[in-house]
Design a protein. Structure first.
Length: 148
């Protein structure tokens, strides 16, 4: 009886750990999708596909900044090696090259923070936003893998 209880308890703990991992993966994916949505909104203005809208720029930068501040915590050791559904997943380099990953995350956060104070019109958006995008994409080149 005691042995059955121990086995059942261990099984339940394992199930709980897997559920927590999946919850974290979902949070991480939601944050990345938020970044994409906001980057696309800004890019559409730069390309002239949408009219310039300061409220959209401000909201997009605020959301980008929120994710940027949480970025390193979105990739805890508990999700290392998981390949979730979706187009991309985190490279093992997120954990093996953690200092570089965190430095790039800090660079992205800094670029977003600086952009918030500079963008006041379409011209300043066109001049400032490319650095934000560069910081974002620079991380993708090293720390993101496409699902095949």
């Amino acid at each position: 009886m005691l042995r059955t209880a121990v086995v059942l308890g261990t099984l339940l703990l394992g199930i709980g750990a897997v559920a927590a991992q999946q919850d974290q993966v979902a949070k991480t994916q939601a944050a990345m999708k938020s970044n994409l949505k906001n980057a696309l909104a800004i890019s559409a203005m730069i390309k002239g596909e949408k009219p310039y809208d300061q409220a959209t720029v401000n909201a997009s930068l605020a959301e980008l900044e929120d994710v940027a501040k949480r970025f390193p915590t979105l990739f805890p050791d508990s999700i290392k090696g998981l390949k979730p559904d979706g187009d991309y997943y985190a490279s093992p380099k997120v954990w093996t090259e953690r200092a570089d990953f965190e430095a790039r995350a800090a660079g992205f956060a800094k670029a977003v923070g600086e952009a918030k104070g500079k963008i006041k019109d379409l011209d300043s958006l066109k001049a400032t936003y490319p650095n934000v995008n560069k910081q974002c994409m620079g991380c993708h080149e090293t720390f993101r893998i496409k699902n095949s």
